[in-house]
Design a protein around this ligand. Structure first.
Ligand SMILES: Cc1cc2nc3c(=O)[nH]c(=O)nc-3n(C[C@H](O)[C@H](O)[C@H](O)COP(=O)(O)OP(=O)(O)OC[C@H]3O[C@@H](n4cnc5c(N)ncnc54)[C@H](O)[C@@H]3O)c2cc1C
Length: 682
C-alpha cells in the first residue's frame, strides 16, 4: 500500500485517526480498512473525524478558497468579483444525514465519529503528538490537495503523519491503470480511455478484451477498528476545535445554523424533501433501481415514445448511432440511476454500483456512464489548476459577458425561455437536474447569453446536490468547448454578438428537441406556474402568442412572464423542420449542426464580392448564375459558415505573421519584443 511521501514509522503513543472525507461509508472502503489494520497492528486507539470545513461552505469569490491571495496563481490573474456559497443548505442537510449514518455504523464497531466545524488544519493541529491520520486522497481538486498539503505540514510539526490513500472514489485503482498519471501519458478522450483499460468498445458494449485492466472487486467493511476499549480515545480527542455536540448534530436546523446558514436558507432547505442520506439509503436506492431498469433497457420495445435526441442522432437499439447508450437511457423514466449524490459524498462506491449491475441487461449503459465519470476524474488530475481557468484546459480565447442582470435571471429561472427556466427552477429548488437539462442550460448561458462559463459552474457548485469537482468542472469546460484547443476558439477580439448569432440555431435545435419530447409542456408547467394556463402550442414559445391570447390565458409576455433574453427564437416540434443529418457525432453540439432554416449565413464560392447569404438568398444566387437547385443545395452544405470564414482569416493572419517573423529571423533582424501575452487568469 502506498505511503504518503515523507512518511516515517510514527511513534506509537498517538491514536490512529481516520479522517472521513467524500468516502462516507464502511463497505468497499479501503481507507477504513487501512485505519483499522494500522490500529490493530500497534494496539493503538482508533478515532474517526469528519470536518465541515467553512471554506467549502461559506460564500466566497470564485477561485481557490485555499489560496485566497492567489499566491499560487499565475501573476497575470484578472481580479474576480463574482461569487456565491460553495455549498447550499440543502446539500449541507443531505451531508448531515450521511454523516449521522456513519456515526451509527461506526458506533456499532466501537468507534466514535467526531464531527467538527473548523479548518482541518486547526483540528489536526490539536491531535496528540505521534498521531497517524489516514484519509482518502482527492487528487481531482486542487483545493482538496491544498488542504492535504496544509494538514501534512501541521501534523509533521508535531511528529504526526498524514497517510493519503487512493481509496475507491475512482472505478479503477491507480496502480491498475496501464498508464502513468502524467499529462502526456493519460488518455485524452473517452474512446482512448476505454481502449487503454481494455473495453472492447466503450460506446456500445460492456465486453472486455483479454488482458483488460483489473477492475478490483469491492472490499468488505472492517468488522472492528480496535482491540482497545473505545474509551481509550476519549481523553485525547475531547477538545477538538469546532467539535459539534451529539445533540446539535441530531437536529438539522440547529446544525445548519451552527454551520452559518441564515434562517431563509434553512427554510429553503426544508421546502424540498432532500433524499435520505447515508450508506444504507444509497444501497437501498441502488437495489430498488436494478430490477426496474431491466424492464426499460434499450431495444426491448418498452419505450412507448421514441425520444428526440438533443445533441446526437441515435438509432432505436443499443449500438445504433452515436452514443446510443447515453441517450437511449436518458430518455427513459428509469434510464438513469439518480445515484450521483450518493457517489459524490461516497455513500456508495462506483465499483459497487458496477459490480451490482454486472448481471443486469443494461450493464453496458451503467459502465458507459461510470466510465464518463472516470474520464472526468482523470482529466481533472491531468488538467490540475487549468480546469478552473477562464480559457479552460484548451487555452481558448473568446469574449465573455459578466452582465449581472442576465446572470441573475439565468440563476433564478427568469430568462423568458420556458425550458431553461423550468430547468433552473428545478435545480434551485431540488438540487437536481437531469444531464440534458444541465447541458442545455449551460449551453444557453455560454452561447445564448455569452456569459463567462465559470459563473455557471460556480452556481452549480453551490446548488447541486451531487456536486463533485471533477464532474462539474469537467462537464462545464466540455459544454463551453474549451477543454481542447481550437474547438470554439474565436479569439478575444471577436464580437460576442457574432458568437451568439452563430450558435442561435443550435440552441433552437436543442430547445426544439425538448419541445418534441414534451409536447404538452408538462415539465414546464410543473416548474413555471406562470405558464400553466398557456396552451400546448405555445407553452415552449409563449412570445409567439397573439396579444389577445396572452391576455386570455393570463400570461402577458413582458408582464406576467419575462420576454425572452434571447429573442426571435424559432422553435418547432416537427422533425421535418430540422436538419441533423450532418451531425458530426463528436459528442458536442457543433456550429455546423443546426436547423437548416434560420440564422445561418454562408458565402457562395462563385460570388467574388464575398457577400454573406442566408440559405434562401444563397439558393437564389445559385439559380441566378444557372446552377441547378440540387447543385445549389450541395454547395450550401459544403460552403463555410461566415463565422468559420472569419476564423479562417484570423488563422491566415496568424500564419502570415509567423512567416514574417521567420523571414526576419533569417534576415538577421531583431526579434519582435511583443511576445504573445500569457493567459490572464488563475
Ligand atoms: C454542466 C454539467 C455539470 C455536471 N455536474 C455534475 C456534478 O457536479 N456531479 C455529478 O455527479 N455529475 C455532474 N454532471 C454529470 C451528470 O449530469 C450527472 O452525473 C448525472 O446527471 C447524474 O444522474 P444519475 O446519477 O442518474 O446518472 P446516470 O445517468 O445514472 O449515470 C450513473 C453515474 O455515472 C456518472 N455519470 C453519468 N454521466 C456523467 C457525465 N456526463 N459526467 C460524469 N459522470 C457521469 C455519475 O456518477 C452518475 O451518477 C454534470 C453534467 C453537466 C452537463
Amino acid at each position: 500500500m502506498a505511503r504518503a511521501p515523507g512518511w516515517k514509522q510514527p511513534r506509537a503513543e498517538g491514536p490512529v485517526v481516520w479522517w472521513l472525507r467524500n468516502d462516507l461509508r464502511l463497505e468497499d472502503n479501503p481507507v477504513a480498512r487501512l485505519a483499522a489494520s494500522e490500529a490493530h497492528v500497534d494496539g493503538r486507539a482508533c478515532a474517526a473525524i469528519f470536518i465541515f470545513d467553512p471554506r467549502f461552505i461559506d460564500k466566497s469569490n470564485y477561485g481557490r478558497v485555499t489560496d485566497p491571495g492567489f499566491e499560487k496563481s499565475i501573476p497575470t490573474r484578472k481580479p474576480l468579483d463574482f461569487g456565491n456559497r460553495k455549498c447550499c443548505a440543502l446539500r449541507a442537510r443531505f451531508m448531515l444525514q450521511c454523516v449521522r449514518a456513519v456515526v451509527q455504523s461506526l458506533l456499532q464497531r466501537g468507534v466514535k465519529l467526531r464531527v467538527c466545524h473548523a479548518l482541518p488544519e486547526e483540528v489536526f493541529g490539536a491531535l496528540p503528538n505521534g498521531s497517524l491520520v489516514v484519509c482518502q486522497q482527492e487528487p481531482v481538486s486542487v483545493e482538496c490537495t491544498d488542504v492535504e498539503d496544509n494538514v501534512e505540514a501541521v501534523l509533521q510539526r508535531k511528529g504526526s503523519h498524514l497517510w493519503c490513500e487512493w481509496g475507491a472514489m475512482s472505478l479503477y485503482h491507480r496502480d491498475d491503470m496501464p498508464f502513468k498519471l502524467t499529462y502526456d501519458d493519460m488518455p485524452k478522450s473517452f474512446t482512448e480511455l476505454g481502449a487503454a483499460l481494455g473495453w472492447e468498445d466503450i460506446w456500445t458494449t460492456a465486453n472486455r478484451e483479454a488482458g483488460a485492466a483489473t477492475l478490483r472487486p469491492p472490499v468488505a467493511a472492517p468488522a472492528a477498528f480496535t482491540t482497545s476499549p473505545m474509551q481509550q480515545d476519549q481523553g485525547v480527542l475531547q477538545d477538538l476545535p469546532g467539535l459539534l455536540s451529539e445533540e446539535l448534530l441530531a437536529d438539522d436546523r440547529k446544525a445548519l445554523q451552527r454551520l452559518g446558514y441564515t434562517d431563509d436558507e434553512i427554510q429553503q432547505a426544508f421546502n424540498w424533501p432532500a433524499p435520505a442520506g447515508g450508506e444504507p439509503e444509497a444501497r437501498a436506492w441502488l437495489e430498488a433501481w436494478l430490477p426496474r431498469q431491466t424492464v426499460t433497457c434499450p431495444g426491448n420495445g418498452d419505450n412507448p415514445q421514441a425520444p428526440v435526441f438533443w445533441d446526437l442522432p441515435v438509432g432505436s437499439g443499443p449500438g445504433e448511432g452515436h452514443d446510443a447508450l447515453q441517450w437511449a437511457n436518458l430518455a427513459k423514466p428509469d434510464g438513469w440511476t439518480r445515484i450521483s449524490h450518493y457517489l459524490a459524498v461516497g455513500c456508495i462506491s462506483a465499483r459497487e454500483v458496477c459490480a451490482r449491475a454486472a448481471e443486469t441487461p443494461n450493464f453496458a449503459g451503467v459502465v458507459h456512464r461510470l466510465m464518463w465519470r472516470e474520464l472526468h476524474r482523470l482529466n481533472a488530475i491531468r488538467f490540475g489548476r487549468r480546469l478552473f481557468w477562464l480559457q479552460g484546459p484548451g487555452w481558448v480565447e473568446r469574449p465573455w459577458s459578466w452582465d449581472t442582470a442576465v446572470i441573475e435571471a439565468w440563476k433564478l429561472g427568469k430568462t423568458g425561455v420556458p425550458y431553461i427556466d423550468a430547468c433552473m427552477r428545478e435545480l434551485r429548488t431540488s438540487g437536481w437536474l437531469a444531464y440534458k437539462g444541465r447541458k442545455t442550460t449551460g449551453y444557453f448561458l455560454i452561447f445564448g447569453l455569452g456569459v463567462d462559463w465559470r459563473v455557471g459552474a460556480y452556481h452549480f457548485e453551490d446548488v447541486l446536490l451531487d456536486y463533485d469537482c471533477a464532474m462539474n468542472y469537467g462537464n462545464w469546460v466540455t459544454v463551453a468547448c474549451i477543454e481542447k484547443p481550437n474547438r470554439a476558439n474565436w479569439g478575444s477580439e471577436a464580437m460576442l454578438a457574432d458568437i451568439v448569432e452563430a450558435y442561435r440555431t443550435d440552441i433552437e435545435y436543442k430547445l426544439s428537441a425538448e419541445m418534441a419530447n414534451d409536447q404538452n409542456g408538462d415539465y414546464i408547467r410543473q416548474w413555471v406556474p406562470e405558464l400553466r394556463g398557456v396552451s400546448a402550442e405555445f407553452v415552449h414559445r409563449p412570445w409567439e402568442m397573439a396579444q389577445e391570447e396572452m391576455v386570455k390565458v393570463g400570461c402577458v409576455v413582458g408582464k406576467d412572464y419575462p420576454a425572452p433574453m434571447l429573442s426571435l427564437l424559432k422553435l418547432s416540434a416537427k422533425e421535418e423542420d430540422w436538419n441533423v443529418a450532418d451531425a458530426d457525432g463528436d459528442g458536442q453540439p457543433a456550429v455546423s449542426r443546426r436547423m437548416a432554416r434560420s440564422g445561418e449565413h454562408r458565402v457562395h464560392p462563385e460570388d467574388s464580392s464575398g457577400r454573406s447569404y442566408s440559405r434562401s438568398e444563397f439558393l437564389a444566387f445559385a439559380a441566378s448564375i444557372g446552377e441547378t437547385e440540387e447543385y445549389g443545395e450541395n454547395l450550401w452544405k459544403e460552403s463555410l459558415l461566415v463565422p468559420d470564414i472569419q476564423k479562417k482569416f484570423v488563422e491566415m493572419e496568424e500564419r502570415l505573421k509567423a512567416q514574417e517573423k521567420e523571414l526576419s529571423a533569417l534576415r538577421g533582424e531583431q526579434p519582435d519584443q511583443q511576445e504573445a501575452p500569457p493567459p490572464q487568469d488563475s
